[in-house]
Design a protein around this ligand. Sequence first.
Ligand code: PXL
Length: 284
Amino acid sequence: MIKSFIPRVAVINDLSGFGRVSLTEACPILSAMGIEACPLPTAVLSTHTYKFEDYTFCDLTDEMEKILAHWQKIDVHFDAICTGYMASARQIELAADFVKSKKSEGTLIVIDPVLGDNVLSDAETVYYDRMNDLLSGMKDFVKLADAITPNLTEACLLLERPYPQNYLTNEEIKAMAKELAGLGPDIVAITSVMTDKKHMCVAVYDKKADFFDLLDCGYVDRPFHGTGDIFAAVLTGALTNGMTAAEASQKAVDFIKAAIAETMKYPEMKIEYGVIFEKALREL
Ligand code: PXL
């Protein structure tokens, strides 16, 4: 086995050249946290799919199978695996097989069930055409995770319920997190939860520690794109480095707040350009 000399994380996510999502966020974040990041791209895109038209999209399902087979052959040890955007239901199956084979090594599994996003009062944004395929695959996949990081839209999709029309109470959001933990994962962090007009929160539930909290993210009246991917990356890094779910989630929220503060210095930055997280990397 190729042991890890510093913590090593396999990052299964897309590589979108412009727009700051997925691998272009996760790899620098994990590196800044002193972790060896090993990218496994699910697709190569010119940009992410939000608001850009005519982006290029190269599905890497066949290549993923070969890359995973090679990693298995040389027997690379991973302290954690984190997964994000999947381009096909088959990719979820490949990732699930990989995850199952690594579980006996004590590898931490963090699954961000990337499916779509929806801001209260905004139109629904679902990232895929073949949503049903992916959703049923994702429902099974999250059962294998130690931690999952759905946004509220994805949490509702996984639990087969409509997106709430009203702000959720503490008790309602806690019940939702517990229900998701009931599917398998010990740690559930639900992002993009509006608790009232001016408060966006992350709900964190840790089944083993019997811990629940709502972390206030502050609120700015515009969306910030790519922050869900940042949250998943920082959480993965912090858990891999031994933090509790509570500490790791707070670290991720603090990092996103710093990136948003930096982004706000540039009023001409469009939403689809992402957030300026680069200057905050040194805080990690
Ligand atoms: O941030 C989620 C995400 C990941 N990957 C791709 C995306 C998006 C959201 O738009 O388009 C390709």
